[in-house]
Design a protein around this ligand. Structure first.
Ligand SMILES: [Zn+2]
Length: 410
């Protein structure tokens, strides 16, 4: 048997088993008694509902994961990739055109296969727990807009990557430079041109909240171009806040669902936390890490892209740059997984730093604590995740630990 095939199948199965183990441990880790720092915040009924929400999501996650893993294994071992390649090659003899078709068909297959699960998640599970606000019309519009964006941005990028790897020595270096430039460009373009395609951004109305946020950012000498509200309620009752843009064009965005539920003091604490991410330099550091990660993966890709053994593993009759990129993705999974673990660990550490910044500058640990408590209750967050699940999946520390850290600062 082909060595690459054995490695790739082992990676897929190992990943599936690890995720399932983590999900099972996580559900078993649920505690009946409410954690002390949420006494009087979560009522019994709501706390029980939050546990039911986790159980429902976990069961659904395991089922959809089992189906998608089985389908992937079947597609891979039964020669699905070769079949798609034949269709793409019969449509055009131009390698960039057939490459784009190859990837487009694969994406379409994966989209169609996952659609029933995505629909069930939004319109059954999220709806049952009172979160879903997405109408079928919005859902279809989002779906189509997403496809158009992928075609408009991803298409030319993939075509460029194929071209470089086919014609140039050291292609990985040029592709890396190009992709890094694009990554930076998108950070400026996204808040202005892409995000408004999906949501409405309205400047926050004059009033107490606006004044409080402005007073706070002035006290920190932090220039912002604007404070906006976003109609998050169009899709979900869940709430959030974030900063977008860079330098002078940066803006604060608060979900309408957040403003509805939090007090002015709590909202200022949330803004202070987001500002903390800026002030502690988390964002540029994250960009640099992402770029290094892209560079490493492209460099490794250049070693495997022409490996005939890799093409044999996928049952291919022809070798090509475009299929080599897709297959390398399978081989790269463990490295991407490790990078993801490191990234999450850094992100969790940064959350503590941003919380500490918020307390230091807004001077109100209790407002930050009650903001976090409200967010957890409203989003039916799991208060007692299993450490393995936190290690594998959490970009934020468990809320109980964040509150404990804030209490020490108070
Ligand atoms: Zn944060």
């Amino acid at each position: 048997m082909n060595t690459f095939l054995i490695i790739i199948l082992a990676i897929i199965v190992a990943r599936y088993l690890l995720d399932t183990l983590s999900s099972i441990l996580n559900v078993r880790h649920l505690r009946e008694t409410l954690p002390a720092s949420f006494a009087g915040i979560f009522d019994d009924e709501k706390y029980t509902t939050s546990q039911r929400y986790l159980r429902t999501n976990t069961r659904f996650g395991i089922i959809s994961d089992t189906v998608s893993t089985t389908l992937t294994l079947a597609f891979l071992t039964l020669g699905g990739f070769n079949l798609v390649d034949q269709v793409a090659r019969s449509a055009s003899s131009h390698t960039i055109v057939s490459g784009l078709l190859f990837v487009a068909i694969l994406m379409l297959i994966s989209k169609v296969a996952s659609l029933p699960f995505a629909l069930y998640d939004t319109f059954v599970i999220e709806a049952r727990f009172g979160f879903n606000k997405t109408t079928p019309r919005t859902y279809v519009a989002d779906y189509l807009k997403g496809l158009v964006l992928v075609a408009l941005i991803g298409g030319p990028v993939f075509a460029g990557v194929i071209w470089f790897f086919e014609t140039t020595a050291d292609a990985w270096l040029y592709v890396w430079i190009g992709m890094s430039a694009l990554q930076l460009l998108l950070m400026f373009v996204a808040p202005v041109f892409i995000m408004p395609l999906f949501n409405k951004f309205t400047p926050l109305a004059e009033g107490e909240l606006r004044h409080a946020i402005e007073a706070y950012s002035q006290s920190q000498n932090f220039t912002i171009q604007g404070i906006y509200t976003m109609d998050g309620s169009r899709r979900s009752a869940k709430s959030n806040a974030f900063f977008t843009g860079f330098g002078r064009s940066r803006r604060i965005v608060l979900f309408d669902t957040l403003i509805e539920k939090q007090t002015t003091e709590e909202l200022v604490a949330i803004v202070a936390h987001e500002m903390g991410h800026y002030r502690c330099g988390h964002i540029p550091k994250g960009i640099v890490r992402a770029m290094l990660h892209t560079g490493v993966s492209l460099y490794l890709l250049s070693f495997f892209i022409g490996s005939s053994e890799l093409f044999e593993a996928f049952g291919m009759e022809h070798t090509s740059v475009y299929a080599g990129i897709v297959f390398f993705g399978f081989l790269y999974t463990p490295i991407a997984f490790l990078m993801g673990l490191i990234e999450s660990a850094i992100s969790r550490k940064h959350e503590y730093e941003a919380d500490a910044f918020a307390v230091k500058t807004a001077g109100n640990a209790n407002a930050m604590i009650s903001a976090l408590q409200k967010l957890s209750v409203d989003n039916l967050s799991n208060l007692t995740p299993h450490p393995l699940t936190v290690f594998l999946e959490y970009s934020h520390p468990p809320v109980i630990e964040r509150i404990a850290a804030l209490q020490k600062l108070a």
